[in-house]
Design a protein around this ligand. Structure first.
Ligand SMILES: Cc1cc2nc3c(=O)[nH]c(=O)nc-3n(C[C@H](O)[C@H](O)[C@H](O)COP(=O)(O)O)c2cc1C
Length: 186
């Protein structure tokens, strides 16, 4: 099965097949919490023609329902939220420290009114499934949504995170998703 850009022949962007090695999710050897908390990640959903990305550092990786999974939290007022809702899949892209500015741009501007991918100097790349990641990523996880729910104020056992993070009432939606593909830069 050819990769999408080989089918379309548009020559605009590369497939990650050429630049990354496939990785067994169970072999991911990064510092599990530091990777997300400190390096941050890009959550990207949509299609080659229409996608959006945002920086996130709340979430995690684990094992659930006998599957390797990620869980991420997206507030409904993010432009990315609509893309997360409309699509069955999304990617998590991890970039090196040299791209901190790009992550700051994607974490402060909205794709609603800015072409922040261009502003951040990021180059879209596509998986065989047609999911979007970036040439600057050194690790990419492709994820398929399994379960979603809203954070609910009445479920907090310790009220302090509610008070601290949700004073405006904009609760995150949680997405638990199977890691269906993982790659590391060659
Ligand atoms: C370090 C960092 C971490 C962030 N983590 C999250 C997160 O986990 N969930 C979330 O909804 N927003 C998070 N944000 C905020 C979004 O990235 C930000 O609101 C972004 O501009 C949304 O873009 P969009 O409107 O194009 O989706 C984070 C921002 C930064 C800088």
């Amino acid at each position: 099965m050819p990769f999408p850009e080989e089918m379309s022949g548009d020559g605009i962007s590369a497939s990650i097949k050429h630049t990354m090695n496939a990785l067994n999710p169970k072999e991911i050897s990064e510092k599990a919490i530091g990777l997300i908390a400190d390096r941050w990640m890009l959550v990207t959903a949509g299609t080659r023609e229409r996608f959006n990305t945002m920086t996130a550092n709340w979430g995690g990786m684990g094992y659930l329902w006998n599957k390797p999974v990620v869980f991420v939290f997206v507030r409904p007022n993010r432009y990315t939220f609509g893309f997360m809702e409309e699509n069955e899949t999304f990617t998590l892209s991890f970039l090196g420290e040299e791209y901190r500015e790009a992550l700051k741009i994607c974490g402060s501007l909205s794709g609603r009114d800015t072409d922040k991918v261009t502003r951040a100097g990021l180059t879209p790349e596509f998986t065989a499934q047609g999911n979007v990641t970036f040439a600057q990523a050194d690790m990419v996880l492709e994820c398929r949504k399994l379960y979603t729910d809203m954070i609910r104020p009445e479920r907090f056992l310790d009220p302090s995170p509610d008070t601290k993070w949700y004073s405006d009432g904009t609760y995150h939606k949680i997405y638990i998703a199977e890691i269906t593909g993982a790659w590391k830069r060659k």
